[in-house]
Design a protein around this ligand. Structure first.
Ligand code: 4NP
Length: 238
């Protein structure tokens, strides 16, 4: 799992908007089994509060769903719980690094660092400009997701593959898996995945030897491919 944490000052305007927008983008590409997302603030002032009404209105206007929100504060000692810790502005980043006692793995960023024009996202709590905050956050979330997909080589559903291409990808990934050598802690998981891959290969041969048409086989092949992608991703990222 790639674990993303968005952080702002109050956790009622920018970071919950980022959480909702990013989750929406992740779900749209069917990547929720690869990427998790949450948010927090650096102050106690707003602890337990709902998302700001104008932040919710912006999300509603753009048909972005969001969960019931209660502002949380960034907890010291949680540095290792995340792969990306993403502030909205410079002062968020400074506060994060202070509260988490450094950034040895260089995983603290500003959201717009992922775009071609790195800059702060102005706090709409003070500026009143929720439209600008929404637009900046959307731009940052899209760039962040692209960057994660590239870095972790996550397979997305964007391209429509034909049967031969899916079979080729399945074989490629099974081959890649056989080339990894598990350490002691991972051996049980390795064997479980290997067993499942063998079952999948057996089912595919059964399909190929059956009277089924490509159209009938495709949904299962797609499901198998996704399962294999997820296995390998989880195995690699642990
Ligand atoms: P946010 O905005 O950091 O984008 O959630 C703020 C909301 C509330 C406060 C500060 C910033 N406040 O101090 O109450």
């Amino acid at each position: 799992m790639v674990r993303v944490l968005f952080v702002c000052l109050g956790n009622i305007c920018r970071s919950p908007m980022a959480e909702a927008i990013f989750r929406y983008l992740v779900d749209k590409q069917d990547l929720s089994s690869y990427i998790s997302v949450t948010s927090a603030g650096t102050t106690f002032e707003t602890f337990g509060q709902d998302m700001h009404i104008e932040a919710k209105e912006k999300l509603d206007e753009n048909n972005i769903p969001y969960k019931k929100h209660k502002a949380k504060r960034l907890l010291p000692g949680t540095y290792n719980n995340f792969d990306y810790i993403i502030g909205m502005d410079e002062s968020n980043v400074n506060n994060i690094i202070k509260m988490l006692k450094g950034d040895p793995d260089k995983k603290v960023y500003k959201l717009l660092d992922f775009t071609k024009t790195p800059r702060d996202i102005a706090d709409p709590w003070y500026t009143g400009n929720f439209t600008k905050a929404y637009d900046d956050i959307l731009q940052g979330c899209k760039a962040l997701l692209d960057s994660i997909i590239k870095k972790y080589k996550i397979e997305t559903n964007e391209e429509e593959l034909n049967k031969e291409e899916i079979l080729e990808k399945i074989d490629d990934n099974i081959y890649k898996f056989t080339q990894t050598s598990p350490n002691k802690e991972k051996i049980t998981e390795y064997l479980a995945i290997a067993g499942r891959l063998l079952e999948i290969k057996t089912s595919i041969s059964a399909f190929e030897n059956s009277e089924m048409t490509d159209e009938e086989i495709m949904p299962s092949l797609k499901k198998y491919k996704k399962q294999i992608d997820e296995f390998l991703f989880r195995f690699k990222s642990k």
